[in-house]
Design a protein around this ligand. Structure first.
Ligand SMILES: Nc1ncnc2c1ncn2[C@@H]1O[C@H](COP(=O)(O)OP(=O)(O)O)[C@@H](O)[C@H]1O
Ligand SMILES: [Mg+2]
Length: 420
């Protein structure tokens, strides 16, 4: 999903130290001292510790971590409210760490908008005036301001509230105004620091849906901070997990959940409902042994099954398109009957799925039969891999001990012996 995408923001070996003794703190950091040790020795706090990553144009990039892990500090380096102690930040390939204050002001005005947790609305101004606030700073004319604010309010679903005041709006609606103010500016980048954290769960969920809707229309680059993993998973195209100023892991939700990089990340993702996240693309055994409908007969099929110790094989045609599965029993029968091809024994009435199917979506498809699921390319129907039943059981059941999982993993292989 992220291949060949333009890099919008690039952060390179960025560190930020709070305190007077920055040099010694940096030295200790490079020697591998912990945040706690550095605090003790130098009285400096490590805000961000040598962070390097890229944010692609048009993606929702989530920074997640517990309170104090450095999320806000990192964000404030990106909009240069903080000057990094060392390292670089590039926006559109331009190094912003070397810019003058005046240039920075201009970048902040045109390039990015911020949405805050506490909404940051001005109580004595109407909703439309609040939404137009960023434009006012840009010295836009009143007519233009009004027009753009009304449009932004429409985008966030606040038609009709233009002339009311913030105090008459609920928390969720106030944050919609915050969002409208950010997008009225038409920035390339939206920075959102715990923007939904203060909202009640239901309202929060609504706002997340709203943000995803808006993103589908506007395709901004969004940097979204949260301490809530569910929110990170719902919103993030990719998630960076921070601890003590360090980015512990960066990847898609699925990547992080299937291979957590540390015990810390593991502890975070343990409670996640894997069924809704893990997809066929991750679970499937790639490049399975196949039979060719135009070429392989029952005798040949039997030979392949024996050498591979597989009792069921997928069948493709000469264009690699998935045709169906054949079972050993049927092949033996066909061979006895001296049938010459597989057409009479291939079961074509089987479900096939795409790579993005989740475990939850796959489960009902395998409950009836023990046939694996064929994963096919959406565009040309080619067979990409197969997902077996034990693999799905591993992902959909909560196991208390590792032994049970290893046993099932063995079964997953033994049953059909699909090679990865
Ligand atoms: N202005 C500041 N002066 C000194 N220390 C700070 C300042 N701002 C943040 N910190 C410290 O930097 C670390 C990261 O804080 P912050 O970025 O606010 O974390 P988060 O947003 O993840 O909760 C914390 O240890 C915090 O105490
Ligand atoms: Mg914060």
């Amino acid at each position: 999903m992220t291949e060949n995408r333009n890099v919008k923001i690039k952060v390179e070996k960025l560190s930020l130290i709070f305190g007077k003794n920055k040099e010694s703190a940096l030295n200790l950091l490079n020697q591998g001292c912990s945040k706690a040790e550095i605090l003790e020795k130098t009285k400096c706090t490590v805000g961000v510790d040598r962070a390097s990553f890229e944010i692609y144009e048009g993606e929702v990039f989530v920074i997640m971590g517990l309170s104090g892990s450095g999320k806000s500090t990192l964000l404030r380096c990106i909009n240069r409210l903080h000057k990094p102690t060392c390292g670089h930040i590039y926006i559109n390939n331009e190094d912003i760490t070397t810019k003058t204050n005046k240039e920075l002001l201009e970048i902040r005005r045109t390039e990015m908008s911020m949405v805050f947790q506490n909404f940051g609305l001005l109580p004595h101004r109407t909703i439309w005036e609040n939404a137009a606030f960023g434009l006012e700073i840009k010295n836009e004319k009143t007519g233009v301001r009004h027009e753009k604010a009304i449009e932004a309010l429409h985008t966030v679903g606040l038609d009709g509230y233009e002339n009311q005041y913030p105090k008459s709006l609920s928390g969720g609606m106030q944050q919609r105004v915050g969002l409208a103010r950010a997008i009225a500016n038409n920035p390339e980048v939206l920075l959102m620091d715990e923007a939904f954290s203060a909202l009640d769960p239901l309202i929060k969920s609504d706002m997340q849906d709203e943000l995803l809707d808006i993103q589908n229309k506007l395709h901004k680059t969004i940097v979204f901070i949260t301490h809530d993993l569910d929110e990170a998973i719902k919103l993030g195209d990719r998630i960076a997990i921070m601890k003590d100023g360090v980015i512990e892991q960066l990847g898609t939700a699925e990547e992080i959940i299937t291979s957590p990089a540390s015990e810390y990340v593991q502890a975070f993702v343990e409670k996640v409902d894997r069924k809704t996240i893990i997809t066929a693309g991750t679970l499937m055994f790639q490049k399975p042994v196949t039979l060719l409908i135009e070429k392989d007969g029952p005798e040949g099929a039997l030979r392949k099954m024996k050498t591979e110790s597989l009792e069921v094989l997928p069948v493709v045609d000469k264009n690699k398109k998935f045709v169906g599965f054949v079972w050993m029993n049927d092949v033996i029968h066909a061979a006895k009957q001296k049938h010459l091809d597989l057409v009479s024994v291939v079961k074509t009435d089987v479900p096939s799925i795409h790579k993005n199917y989740t475990v939850e979506e796959m489960l009902p498809l395998i409950s009836e039969v023990r046939t694996p699921l064929a994963v096919v390319d959406e565009t040309n129907g080619r067979l990409l891999g197969v997902v077996t039943q034990p693999s799905l059981i591993i992902e959909s059941t909560r196991f208390d001990n590792e032994d049970e999982i290893s046993e099932l993993k063995e079964q997953a292989k033994e049953y059909f012996k699909w090679k990865k």
